[in-house]
Design a binder for this molecule. Structure first.
Ligand code: ZN
Ligand code: ZN
Length: 231
């Protein structure tokens, strides 16, 4: 089947994410747009993943748990896990390697944790949009060992990307998927990788139209991750 996706969406937990990026708003907008699957990928945090999954219960939308990790090289990497416990374990690892900087709400915005009914259940005080002290190679080894998927976010962007910060994809990273921001970059990577175009949505209206799809057998998280791990 063709699975129309958007595997890079921020919630109101990301300070740069709009406060309207609540679990139910994201799920409903994704359904309105006609998407089959989305991934929740806040900066260095997975605290709103479960609420988004629960908000999608009883609908046809597949919600995958993830995180946009900023490595010590200031490279943004998307990580996805089928097993939420593994995602939370990674989150712990990231948090123990994040600088203890407090969020400045007036400059960056709030970092809101919500339940599946869009009630505020907490606010993350530590500033999330900053580099952790884990390098890209350590992160890659960790995620692949734990059975997760890892791919560079907005690889063709001029900042916070693997290409802008390292010049190229290091051969020791056996990546199978890559995200591009500009569709015209896709050609460059198509021979080597499963090229993804996601929205990196911070506002509801940014969420992708049903334009990009992957071909999979069954609409399950397992099949999606297997497709993205195919070399
Ligand atoms: Zn990013
Ligand atoms: Zn992002």
């Amino acid at each position: 089947m063709k699975l129309y996706y958007d595997f890079h969406i921020h919630t109101c937990l990301s300070p740069c994410g709009d406060d309207d990026m609540t679990p139910n708003n994201i799920v409903n907008m994704s359904l309105l747009k006609g998407l089959d699957a989305i991934a929740i990928t806040d900066h260095n945090h997975a605290g709103n993943v479960l609420s988004c999954m629960e908000a999608a219960k009883g609908t046809d939308l597949l919600v995958i748990g993830g995180m946009e990790v900023e490595t010590s090289e200031e490279i943004h990497m998307i990580v996805l896990f089928e097993d939420l416990q593994k995602l939370y374990k990674l989150e712990k690892f990231i948090h123990s390697n994040l600088p203890p900087i407090k969020n400045k709400i007036d400059i960056f915005g709030e970092q809101i944790l919500m339940d599946s009914d869009d009630n505020v259940v907490g606010k993350e005080e530590r500033f999330l949009v900053t580099a952790c002290s884990i390098d890209i190679f350590t992160l890659y080894d960790y995620v692949t060992r734990e059975g997760g998927v890892i791919f560079p976010a907005h690889a063709d962007k001029k900042s916070y990307s693997i290409i802008s910060n390292l010049g190229s994809v290091p051969p020791e990273l056996k990546l199978s998927a890559i995200e591009v921001k500009y569709p015209e970059s896709a050609r460059e990577y198509r021979d080597k990788y499963c090229v993804l175009t996601n929205s990196d949505a911070h506002y509801l209206w940014d969420i992708s139209e049903p334009l990009h799809y992957i071909d999979i057998k069954n609409k399950t998280v397992f099949d999606v991750l297997a497709k993205l791990q195919q070399k």
